[in-house]
Structure formats: C-alpha cells, structure tokens
Design a protein. Structure first.
Length: 128
C-alpha cells in the first residue's frame, strides 16, 4: 500500500470523522488529545494513533508554512507510545515443523522463501 493510500485512509477513517467541523485556525491541543484518548478506548492500535498524529502534524506544518496558523498545535499533544517487543525467531525445530504443516498448501512457497531468506512479510508479499 502506497503512502498516499495510507494517508488517505487515515484521514478518511479517523481524522475527518472527529475533526471535520473544526477550522484549522481553531484547532486546539486538547481536541486532538481528546481524540487520541477516545481512540485508545475504542480500539485502534497505538501504531494507528501514531499514524493519525503523524498525518495531523504534517498537515499542520503545511498550515504554518502557508501562514494559515502561527504554530503547530500538534507539537503540544502527547502521542501514545508503541510498546517495543523483541522478535522471537523460530528455532530450527519450529521452522521444520511449520514447513511440514504447510507442505503442499498455497503457503508452502511463501513460508519457505521467508524462512530461507529472512525476508519480512511485506517484502515477501511485494514479490511478483
């Protein structure tokens, strides 16, 4: 998925429903912080909220550059952090078992490639 498509989806799914009626000059940090708090309660992952934060910040940077607003109010909003976790790679026995389970299925080639090369999901799926 291209960056443009991701940004468009973020705007359409999260930003417009919450802030459609707010003029850019009247946007205040509390409104955005309230949006993030509501989003955390109803479910999107913190990474999704960070995407919203990033899109809003970029949009407000343009508004500052174009003299629509004096400052970027998103700078004053605290974005939830994403928990970091350590990747747990499969050991040799787990990898063999996984390949045995998917042998002959449509996942066989994909998982064999991923395990043999260390490619990530997005990299494997981007292959044609």
């Amino acid at each position: 998925m291209s960056s443009y498509v991701k940004y468009k989806k973020t705007i359409k799914s999260y930003i417009l429903p919450a802030l459609r009626e707010v003029q850019v000059q009247k946007l205040i940090p509390q409104s955005v912080q309230s949006l993030y708090t509501k989003m955390r309660k109803w479910g999107p992952a913190p990474k999704t909220i960070q995407s919203v934060h990033s899109v809003l910040h970029g949009a407000m940077e343009h508004a500052v550059k174009w003299n629509l607003v004096a400052r970027n109010v998103i700078d004053q909003v605290t974005c939830p952090s994403v928990e970091q976790y350590e990747m747990q790679p499969l050991d040799l026995e787990q990898a063999r078992h996984l390949l045995a389970v998917v042998r002959g299925s449509r996942l066989d080639a994909v998982l064999t490639l991923a395990l043999a090369t260390g490619m990530r999901r997005g990299e494997v799926l981007a292959l044609r």
